[in-house]
Write a protein that binds this ligand. Structure first.
Ligand SMILES: Nc1ncnc2c1ncn2[C@@H]1O[C@H](COP(=O)(O)OP(=O)(O)O)[C@@H](O)[C@H]1O
Ligand SMILES: [Mg+2]
Length: 234
């Protein structure tokens, strides 16, 4: 039996606007196993980001069960959730979400500050990660001195620096031109090939072709969950 990194059972999520309930996820159940590469697709508003935020422990479901790497996180309080998030999750956002006043190096090192790693080791590990994403030389630059593609490389290095068990990326190429998008997708390919579990949201079919498994969401439920035979198993 393979080990689930993600186990979801009947996940529901509603937003409450005053007295009005807006149901967004309407019962999502699935398992994602170690070293899978999953593309999550679906029309705008179908609940992809809502699901990713739950997977990333940035938000909690209204109902249902979420077991992440053996921890039942569905009923955890914020503090415990933040601890699990720091250890288990690397999140890459469309808008990069870098700290504008910090250098690339300092941005990448943030998760290590929270993990209590000393300054020298933080810097060494951050530089190693920046080299891995092809940004070895620009580590003293701040986000406004970097291109969009370079910012996303910094954000990817930050997501990886803590060796998380799960890498989540919500439309990571949504703000990038097509050439840069291809380069960023190659990095995700390498991340997966080096043994990571990756879940990536995209609405572009050519990007989803890099993933072996494609899950489609529609109106808050899974519409289809297919294996792409053209992508080899590692
Ligand atoms: N914080 C929020 N409060 C209220 N409604 C929200 C919130 N976040 C998302 N929604 C609504 O939930 C639905 C799904 O949004 P989202 O998960 O962002 O979809 P997707 O990422 O697939 O485009 C949309 O109708 C959106 O307007
Ligand atoms: Mg979204």
């Amino acid at each position: 039996m393979q080990k689930s990194v993600i186990h979801l059972e009947g996940i529901r999520k509603s937003y409450f606007l005053g007295k009005n309930e807006l149901p967004v996820l309407k019962g999502v159940s699935l398992d994602i196993y170690k070293n899978e590469y999953v593309a999550l697709m679906g029309p705008s508003g179908s609940g992809k980001s809502t699901l990713m935020n739950i997977l990333g422990c940035l938000d909690t479901p209204t109902d249902g069960k979420y077991v992440l790497s053996g921890h039942d996180v569905s009923k955890m309080e914020d503090n415990d959730l933040a601890t699990v998030r720091g250890k288990e999750i690397g999140f890459v956002f469309q808008q990069f979400n870098l700290m504008p006043r910090l250098t690339a190096l300092e941005n990448v090192a943030i998760p290590l500050v929270y993990a209590g790693v000393g300054k020298k080791e933080r810097e060494e590990r951050a530089i190693t990660m920046l080299k891995k994403v092809g940004l070895g030389e620009r580590y003293k630059h701040k986000p406004n001195e970097l291109s969009g593609g370079q910012c996303q490389r910094v954000a990817i290095a930050r997501a990886l620096v803590n060796n998380p068990s799960l890498i989540l990326a919500d439309e990571p190429t949504g703000n990038l031109d097509s050439k840069t998008s291809v380069e960023i997708m190659e990095i995700f390919g390498h991340i997966h090939a080096s043994g990571n579990t990756v879940v990536l949201v995209t609405h572009e079919e050519d990007i989803a072709e890099h993933a072996r498994r494609v899950i489609r969401l529609r109106d808050g439920v899974i519409e289809s969950d297919r294996i792409n035979e053209k992508v080899a198993v590692l």
